[in-house]
Design a protein around this ligand. Structure first.
Ligand SMILES: [Zn+2]
Length: 109
């Protein structure tokens, strides 16, 4: 039995969309600010758009790794599913260590 994933207030899709949204926003906002900062040519002003862009990149990187870890979990689940044995009489999926078919009760040897 697979243990249920701990549920947070935000589902994985919502967290995804949020990270993507804020990441892209910060990135674009940062890039938009670079131009006026370059025109004014103030050393302090350079740090703001570059920092905002860096936050955007960071959010997108975090999202990337979150998706990667989720894909891994899904792949693991599929692997577990494939590890099950199909009954040759009725086609029910059984645990590999099952002695009898859960569908028809036939011996699984
Ligand atoms: Zn069966």
């Amino acid at each position: 039995m697979a243990k249920a994933m701990p549920t947070t207030v935000l589902g994985p899709e919502a967290t995804d969309a949020m990270l993507l949204g804020f990441g892209m926003m910060a990135l674009m906002f940062g890039f938009l600010l670079i131009l006026p900062a370059a025109l004014i040519s103030d050393h302090f002003l350079w740090e703001l758009p570059v920092g905002v862009s860096a936050i955007g990149v960071l959010l997108l990187v975090v999202r990337h790794f979150m998706i990667k870890s989720r894909v891994k979990t899904i792949e693991k689940k599929i692997e577990e599913k494939e590890a099950k044995v199909r009954c040759r009489y009725c086609g029910s999926l059984n645990e590999q260590k099952a002695q009898k078919c859960i569908g028809c009760g036939a011996p699984m040897t």
